[in-house]
Write a protein that binds this ligand. Structure first.
Ligand SMILES: Cc1ncc(COP(=O)(O)O)c(C=O)c1O
Length: 432
């Protein structure tokens, strides 16, 4: 039996056939089809850091904290973990302490919403900023696919602002804002990743951060700061986040515990301390309204999962920098190994093949004298046994055609060597 006209794809939300969503499917499917290929595509944390034992221990740590330190007693502590919970989250105060310790961000639990990964945080903010069809969000380009996807679900267009060596081209930002306004549109915010961006791997220095905050002020836009890689900063000292420098509530901070605690918990958060006034003269932080939205999207973030994060925070005196010292060293070693391996194998072709040299994070971008698309990826996986991500996936309709992203987070240095040997063979086959 056919479902009739109403079940045609064209009669459903346009995102169902959008290329961003299809591209994620494609990348996952290629990885599954070539299980023996070395994956330099996946940006996930190293499996060796996943531990069931630490999940159990952290759960217990948080339960004991609720029971004894907070004085809830055993039954209420258990209920906090196992019952439905408040939409905005249960571990907000602990996250606020972590932000003070690790990031120099002074905030309170009530300005925080604990979300199902950073992904939900992005969606909630974008949904809220899209009041009518004139509203748009800007994003550094190339950009994280999760942001582009969330914007599509929230029906808010994304205007790309090019990444330059400072992280974001301020001249383009200013001209985009003015042009959009001249066309009767309303740029609400700019999405940025100031630390080891995914995929560009570019970081902003301190003057660039201050200049961006000044421009956000002048142009009256919000900054959506996404920072999943800041704690993996290699040997160089960390710089303050935009949120730590923010004195005027310009920045909505987006956080993820996927890389710093455990990805399977699916816990992230947002800090939205902007005061939102209602028509009756009252005001609440934006976080208050975003948690209302969340209550109708995911009801609340699993308190069991929040407890795992809270246990990690309690066990490390609220410092995820401390909790991740081993991880940081591992990712740094891998990144150095990847960069040295590229020099060894492709250094003699440096006229034609270049790559970024980030000091931290998970990614390196290669620029090639030929295009690399999804078909090339399949050929490379099949014939050469190595996977990477075509950079075109992180651009709009155009851009990144001759670039690919390598990730070094999920594999060992030995596998990096094998992957790079294969990548070199593939690149040479295309150079000749
Ligand atoms: C830029 C960026 N933001 C956020 C995330 C993580 O999001 P989540 O917490 O939803 O796993 C990632 C992970 O790949 C990322 O690269």
């Amino acid at each position: 039996m056919t479902q009739g006209e109403e079940m045609r794809l064209g009669r459903l939300h346009w995102a169902l056939e959008d290329s961003t969503f299809a591209s994620m499917d494609f990348l996952n499917e290629v990885a599954e089809r070539y299980p023996n290929a070395v994956s330099m595509a996946a940006g996930r944390p190293f499996d060796g850091f996943l531990s069931l034992e630490s999940v159990h221990r952290r759960l217990e740590t948080y339960h004991r904290y609720l029971e004894s330190v907070q004085g809830l007693g055993s039954d209420r502590a258990t209920r906090t973990l196992l019952q439905y919970g408040p939409a905005g989250g249960v571990i907000n105060d602990l996250i606020a302490r972590h932000l003070a310790v690790d990031e120099g961000i002074e905030t309170e639990g009530e300005s925080i919403v604990v979300t199902v990964g950073c992904q939900e945080a992005m969606f909630l903010v974008l949904r809220a900023l899209r009041a009518d069809e004139r509203d748009l969000v800007m994003a550094v380009s190339p950009t994280y696919v999760g942001l582009s996807g969330a914007a599509k679900l929230a029906d808010i267009p994304v205007l790309p602002v090019p990444t330059d060596e400072t992280g974001v081209s301020l001249s383009h930002l200013a001209s985009q804002v003015r042009q959009a306004r001249a066309e009767g549109r309303t740029p609400r915010a700019l999405y940025v990743m100031p630390d080891f961006a995914n995929p560009s791997a570019v970081s902003m220095d301190l003057p660039a951060r201050r200049a961006l905050l000044r421009m956000a002020e002048e142009e009256d836009i919000l900054l959506l700061e996404d920072n999943p890689y800041g704690l993996f900063h290699g040997e160089k000292a960390r710089l303050p986040t935009l949120k730590a420098l923010d004195r005027t509530q310009r920045v909505v901070y987006l956080g993820s515990f996927a890389k710093t605690v455990v990805p399977g918990a699916r816990v992230g958060y947002l800090v939205a301390d902007q005061q939102v006034e209602d028509d009756r003269g009252g005001a609440h932080p934006l976080a208050f309204y975003l948690s209302r939205l969340k209550s109708m999207l995911t009801v609340n973030t699993s308190p069991i999962a929040q407890a795992v994060v809270a246990g990690c925070l309690l066990e490390s005196d609220f410092s995820l920098a401390r909790a991740n010292s081993q991880e940081r060293a591992f990712y740094q070693r891998n990144l150095n190994h990847l960069l040295a391996g590229l020099r060894d194998r492709l250094g003699e072709f440096s006229d034609e093949v270049t790559w970024t040299s980030p000091t931290g994070g998970f990614f390196v971008v290669l620029t090639l004298p030929f295009t690399v698309d999804d078909e090339d990826l399949q050929v490379c996986a099949d014939k050469y046994g190595v996977l990477w991500t075509p950079m075109s996936h992180f651009h709009g309709p155009d851009g990144g055609e001759n670039q690919l992203r390598l990730s070094c987070s999920a594999i060992s240095t030995d596998m990096i060597d094998i992957g790079l040997d294969r990548l070199r063979d593939y690149i040479l086959s295309r150079l000749r």
